[in-house]
Write a protein that binds this ligand. Structure first.
Ligand code: GLN
Length: 306
């Protein structure tokens, strides 16, 4: 299928799911600024490895990318630290909610993987030691999607005011000597990364290097090495959707990274990157209609890594 051939498929998915908009699931109300987002929205966008695009529904509406930012935090960490990044972070699925504290104690403050909150906070700490991590994130994303990208300060402040679990996770890791920097400084960067505002189309472009063996979607620059890009895809498949990663592999069969803003980025290696968004979530914190949309996409296009 060429990209323009995907356009009818995306429109068909929007039409199929439209009657279900706002019918089931709940927006992420543990973050007060996200509790106000209207649930009845749905967007889908894709970009092929050779730069063709298709999109439908609310595909250009910016939303809070939340944990999808962990993909780009990890990318910055891999670029900056190489193998040393893995000294304080694992690569196993947690099988637990994304903000769980339980494994951290028995595993001595080493988070299971970079896609749960504790893991992203640990990567953020390493970045804070080496760079202005807020500015570098904006630079990376703006370069990848060829448009200015910004933080939603209201969401960042809302998370800082109510992020008691994240504060607990960071302090817990600090007590094991696993964070080098001040807890408040690290969390301020973490909350800002989560509070980035982007649309489906921007995210499909920004994740483009993941279907291109690590090569920048627009210029001849290696964002990650081929091996690193493969590893990010492997981590997305096994850990990108928290304790629903098995269900995602079973139903969808693509590396995915989700966020509680309702976005999900998916990669078809060597073919395309895809982003879906709908704010109402299922119990694990993944977009309910986003999952259905990805399931329809893979079933109807025949694309899967399996
Ligand atoms: N900012 C959210 C949090 O820290 C991110 C969680 C998510 O998207 N799964 O709780």
């Amino acid at each position: 299928m060429a990209a323009m051939e995907f356009q009818p498929l995306l429109e068909d998915i929007v039409a199929t799911l439209r009657p279900q908009l706002g019918q089931a699931g709940h927006v992420a109300d543990y973050i007060p600024a996200l509790a106000r987002v209207p649930a009845a929205q749905f967007g889908i966008a894709l970009r092929t490895c050779d730069g063709q695009e298709a999109h439908a529904g609310d595909s250009t509406t910016p939303f809070s990318i939340q944990s999808i930012s962990k993909l780009f935090t990890l990318t910055l960490g891999m670029r900056e630290l190489g193998e040393a990044l893995w000294e304080r972070i694992g690569r196993e699925p947690s099988g637990n909610p994304f903000n769980s504290l339980v494994q951290l104690e028995s595993e001595h403050g080493i988070p299971r993987n970079p896609f749960i909150n504790a893991g992203a906070i640990a990567v953020t700490d390493r970045l804070v030691s080496r760079m202005d991590a807020k500015a570098r994130m904006l630079e990376l994303l703006s370069s990848l999607c060829l448009e200015g990208v910004g933080f939603d300060e209201e969401v960042a402040a809302s998370e800082a005011a109510t992020g008691f679990r994240n504060i607990a996770l960071a302090n817990f890791m600090k007590s094991f000597g696993r964070l080098d920097n001040d807890v408040g400084t690290v969390l301020d960067v973490y909350f800002h990364h989560c509070a980035l505002r982007m649309s489906c189309l921007q995210l499909a472009r920004a994740a483009g290097f993941l279907c291109r063996d690590g090569v920048h979607p627009h210029v001849k620059e290696q964002i990650l090495t081929e091996r690193q890009a493969r590893r990010v895809n492997a981590l997305m498949l096994t850990c990108g959707t928290y304790d629903a990663a098995g269900e995602f592999a079973f139903r969808i069969g693509l590396p995915c990274k989700s966020g509680v803003g309702g976005g999900i980025v998916a990669v078809v290696p060597d073919r395309l990157t895809l982003c879906v968004w709908s704010p109402a979530l299922e119990a694990s914190g993944n977009s309910l209609l986003g999952m259905k949309a990805l399931e329809l996409f893979t079933a109807r296009s025949g694309l899967s890594i399996f």
